[in-house]
Design a protein around this ligand. Structure first.
Ligand SMILES: [Zn+2]
Ligand SMILES: [Zn+2]
Length: 438
């Protein structure tokens, strides 16, 4: 992502943040170790910094009501509620993985102030977690903080890395030891698979996919012209999105809503929804939103006519304005990260995007097989059908042959229409959903 664009984004999200979170009162860090060290560069990669930049939260800085009880390490819901408190760029700055927001949230901590965590409702301990990252690109922020923190910025650059390693180690211990002796969070935290998303069970993935898909139809004007980079459909186990749209049982995606979306809009909405994003609107700005990592993507920056305010060079080609539907999730997000999805068995090593595509593809194949079976009068035609993971056999009374033939014709023509749209898109210069080759 070009620096200028990243800066513009950061500014916008900062502004958005300050609308939603009145600026935190200037509490000084109380943790001596945090005060002593300042570095002017971050050791986190550009990618992870940028990936974390365009986001904000909609939780009040002082914490909204969270569901009790406080000690509930088994609860995915309360884990997410804690994780969400870390999602404001102005409150929580990116940290190395060992002391990332995920680690704190797994041990019961919430973010309550600038780089400050607390055990709310538990032992009430409070810690400042500061490696004093100063982002080169965010001058205002650096000045702000420099005013507050000691001015040893220049001296520590040389041994900054060693110093940071030591600090990370210290904080890693504090994730556990920072709790009071009697605090239950000191004895146990969430299991490593707490982030896992339920994307296999139809009773979970179907309503959730439908909700995301329909929310994206609400903002179809904003997604119509954006360029997307999707997961490749290059395995035998996942179908191209236009096949899914044509073959999925009608009730999986539900009615399209009041306005009649074009097939192209629906295709795009499904593609985005399959990657875990829902559409939302905030103060007239359309956004993609992830409910697992709380990342937000401002769609206006990806419109073809969007010009970054401080763009100085034009050498970044068109790629900068493509939304990578996987990479835009935060690094720890199970939609992107197979390590936090932690699925077992045949799904191990796959992130939630892959798994959902496989599961949805299986569902679409099943549906197709059923209608083909019905067409052949109950004959089984399964030579080209993969074994379904949650294969249930239909129990509805068989429709008449005419019905089936009519339905099949309709489906074929829908598919053809989608295919022609899709081919047109593929011919256009940019790889829109180019990975969906058959
Ligand atoms: Zn505690
Ligand atoms: Zn995410």
């Amino acid at each position: 992502m070009p620096e200028a664009m990243a800066t513009t984004k950061r500014k916008f999200y900062k502004a958005l943040d300050s609308l939603q979170n009145p600026p935190a009162t200037a509490t000084r860090p109380t943790e001596p170790a945090a005060k002593r060290v300042r570095r002017s560069t971050s050791t986190t990669s550009t990618v992870s910094r940028n990936a974390s930049a365009p986001n904000t939260n909609n939780v009040k800085g002082d914490g909204t009501a969270r569901p009790p009880p406080n000690f509930s390490p088994w609860s995915h819901e309360t884990f997410l509620a804690r994780l969400k408190t870390f999602s404001s760029v102005s409150l929580w700055h990116p940290k190395p993985e060992a002391i990332s927001e995920v680690e704190w949230a797994k041990r019961g901590w919430v973010c309550v102030d600038v780089n400050t965590v607390a055990c709310r409702g538990g032992c009430e301990k409070r810690l400042v977690v500061s490696l004093a990252f100063a982002e080169r690109t965010s001058i205002e922020q650096r000045v702000d903080e420099a005013g507050e923190v000691h001015d040893e910025q220049d001296g520590v650059e040389d041994d900054g890395s060693a110093m940071e390693d030591a600090l990370v180690e210290r904080y890693r211990a504090l994730v556990v030891d920072g709790h009071a002796d009697t605090c239950l969070w000191r004895k146990a935290g969430c299991k490593d698979d707490i982030s896992r998303l339920q994307v296999v069970r139809p009773t979970v993935w179907q309503p959730e996919l439908r909700k995301r898909y329909q929310s994206l139809h609400q903002i179809c004007d904003a997604i119509r012209d954006v360029k997307l980079k999707a997961l490749p459909h290059d395995t035998t186990s996942s179908l191209p999105t236009e096949r899914l749209l044509a073959d999925l049982p009608a009730d999986v995606l539900g009615p399209p809503g009041e306005e009649q979306p074009t097939p192209e809009d629906s295709l795009k909405a499904l593609e985005i929804a399959l990657h875990g994003w829902r559409g939302s609107e905030d103060s007239g700005n359309e956004l993609l939103h992830c409910d697992a990592c709380f990342q937000r993507v401002g769609l206006w920056m990806y419109q073809p006519d969007y010009k970054p305010a401080h763009s100085s060079s034009d050498d970044d080609g068109g790629d900068s304005a493509t939304i990578d539907l996987v990479e835009m999730h935060r690094e720890h997000c199970p939609w992107r990260n197979a390590g936090t999805q932690k699925s077992a068995g045949s799904l191990s090593g796959l992130n939630a995007c892959y798994i959902l595509q496989r599961v949805v593809s299986t569902c679409a194949r099943e549906q197709r097989r059923r209608s083909e079976e019905q067409q052949k009068g109950g004959q089984v035609a399964d030579d080209d059908v993969e074994q379904g993971e949650e294969g249930e056999t239909p129990v509805s009374p068989a429709p008449s042959r005419e019905d089936v033939e009519r339905q099949d014709k309709e489906r074929e023509s829908r598919l053809k229409k989608l295919k022609s749209l899709f081919t047109m898109k593929r011919k256009s210069a940019k790889p829109v959903i180019a990975t969906a080759a058959r």
